[in-house]
Design a protein around this ligand. Structure first.
Ligand SMILES: *Cc1c(COP(=O)(O)O)cnc(C)c1O
Length: 479
């Protein structure tokens, strides 16, 4: 009865209300608390997910949308420093909205003509930027999948019959990553049939970079046992410490061992836009076999947005990846001019991720992104100085790039629990969310700057509120 009494909303009214809601949210996304924290039980009561609705009741739909925004984290808030992404660039948000209203799959030119050309344009831009002269690429669902596709391409290149006959009865393949590599490598080893035990984690030095002597020893051992070292992934910016494995040294080893060299630049690959930082962190990248970078991290495109580039000739994807029924989806009408991107993708339906990235690229330009990334590094240097200059804070590992791993000083036996308590209090108060990680057995807070609007004042204020909360908890604990 009640629902009937309400006026029905037509599509225009819905869209108008939506845009107002979007505007209000966007205007206040950096204000107040970053989160109105509720426990899962409290939140479940508020959301009332099993409430029944009358069909067509937009008012209820909007109530849920209001609650969604009210109780979600504001990822663009200056004190949301928890993750490798934060609030997205406005051009990419605009692109996402257009992507949503025009809903299509970027698998064929037929179903996605504009996005196909945009994706190819961006792939060419990135191949150029990275310096892959013999390359091709595809947008994937993220670096986890890009890492897996790279491993699969390497596997099928190493054992060319693997695509059709699998790995049965073959020489055993071994992949190598640094001990700090991303966990997606384990998943990739599992999915590609290499096996997690065949993913060798190479020890790292004090700065977190893979030790070449250890890598060499491990490869010699594999060879002595009759195995094949087929794949090495350099991490360009590890998740916790932000370490960069030396691409140059790995290239030297590749000459000798002939593996596929992949560079996982999900996080730190963004420095490719800065000549200065590229020289410092990615020297030799143009000679690697593959490279992935997440645009949804430092570049600030909205989630998900990734590219995988391969430097092994432009039919490689076709040879190692393409499979399946070409009868209903992929046909040849446009073939002479443009290939369907879906044919070499692991997905069938592909979300249009190219529009937002294209718009961001055109709006900010390489120069704009270069300034942004270099600016982030300066803010991280500033953050490190604040930690070093503070009486109560200390660095847990030396900063090598963008990641600032620090903690509040406390008695040895309790220092981990104490820092965990600070972090939880800050989160539940809605003050800030900072990442945590373990370095060896030491818990550290990991400050990441991925917000284009971030300024020194924000970093300063972040540490102030953290120190303030730390001191309060310190008093409570010492009582
Ligand atoms: C974030 C990250 C990944 C995973 O990327 P997704 O896009 O989240 O799948 C892989 N490797 C590194 C080094 C990362 O930082």
């Amino acid at each position: 009865m009640q629902a009937q009494a309400r006026e029905k909303m037509n599509d225009n009214a819905v869209l108008k209300q939506l845009m107002t809601m979007v505007q209000d949210y966007y205007g206040s996304r950096r204000d107040g608390k970053f989160l109105e924290y509720k426990s899962p039980l409290e939140l479940a009561q508020i959301l009332h997910l099993d409430k029944s609705t009358e069909p067509g009741d937009w008012h209820e739909i909007f109530r849920w949308l209001e609650k969604y925004l009210a109780y979600s984290i504001k990822s663009d808030h200056p004190f949301f420093v928890n993750r490798m992404w934060s609030g997205a660039n406005l051009p990419s948000i605009v692109g996402e909205i257009i992507t949503a209203v025009s809903n299509t799959s970027a698998c064929t030119y037929e179903s996605a003509p504009v996005s196909t050309l945009m994706e190819k344009y961006m792939i060419d831009q990135m191949l150029d930027l990275v310096g892959f002269t013999d390359g091709e690429g595809q947008m994937t669902t993220g670096s986890s999948n890009a890492n897996m596709i790279a491993m699969m391409a390497a596997r099928n290149t190493s054992i060319s019959s693997a695509k059709h006959s699998g790995l049965f009865g073959q020489q055993q393949l071994f992949a190598f990553v640094g001990g700090n590599a991303h966990y997606s490598m384990d998943k990739a080893a599992n999915i590609t049939g290499i096996g997690i035990d065949h993913l060798i984690k190479v020890p790292h030095g004090i700065r977190g970079e893979m030790e070449m002597d250890d890598l060499k020893r491990a490869m010699d051992q594999v060879l002595a046992d009759g195995g094949v070292p087929f794949f090495v992934a350099a991490t360009a910016g590890t998740t916790v410490r932000g370490s960069y494995d030396s691409i140059e040294q790995l290239l030297e080893l590749r000459d000798r061992y002939h593996f596929w060299l992949h560079v996982d630049g999900a996080w730190g690959g963004a420095v490719v836009v800065s000549e200065k930082l590229r020289k410092r962190y990615l020297n030799g990248l143009e000679h690697a076999d593959s490279f992935t970078c997440d645009f949804h991290k430092m570049f600030g495109s909205s989630l998900m947005c990734n590219i995988l580039l391969i430097n092994r000739g432009n039919q490689l994807f076709d040879r190692v990846l393409a499979a399946g029924d070409g009868s209903y989806l992929f046909r040849d009408e446009h073939d002479s001019e443009v290939d369907d991107l879906g044919a070499v993708s692991l997905q069938c339906g592909r979300r249009v991720d190219s529009l937002k990235w294209f718009l961001d690229w055109k709006f900010f330009g390489r120069e704009g992104f270069c300034r942004r990334i270099e600016g982030y590094l300066e803010l991280c240097e500033y953050a490190e100085k604040l930690v070093d200059g503070s009486e109560v804070l200390e660095m847990v590992a030396p900063r090598t790039s963008f990641n600032v791993c620090f903690r509040f000083k406390f008695a040895e036996e309790e220092v981990n629990n104490f820092n965990l308590a600070i972090r939880t209090r800050l989160y539940q108060q809605g003050t800030c969310l900072v990442g945590i990680a373990y370095i060896e057995s030491d818990l550290c807070m990991r400050l990441l700057v991925t917000d284009p609007a971030a300024a020194r004042e924000d970093i300063y204020a972040f540490f102030q509120s953290l120190i303030e909360t730390g001191r309060i908890i310190q008093q409570e604990w010492e009582r």
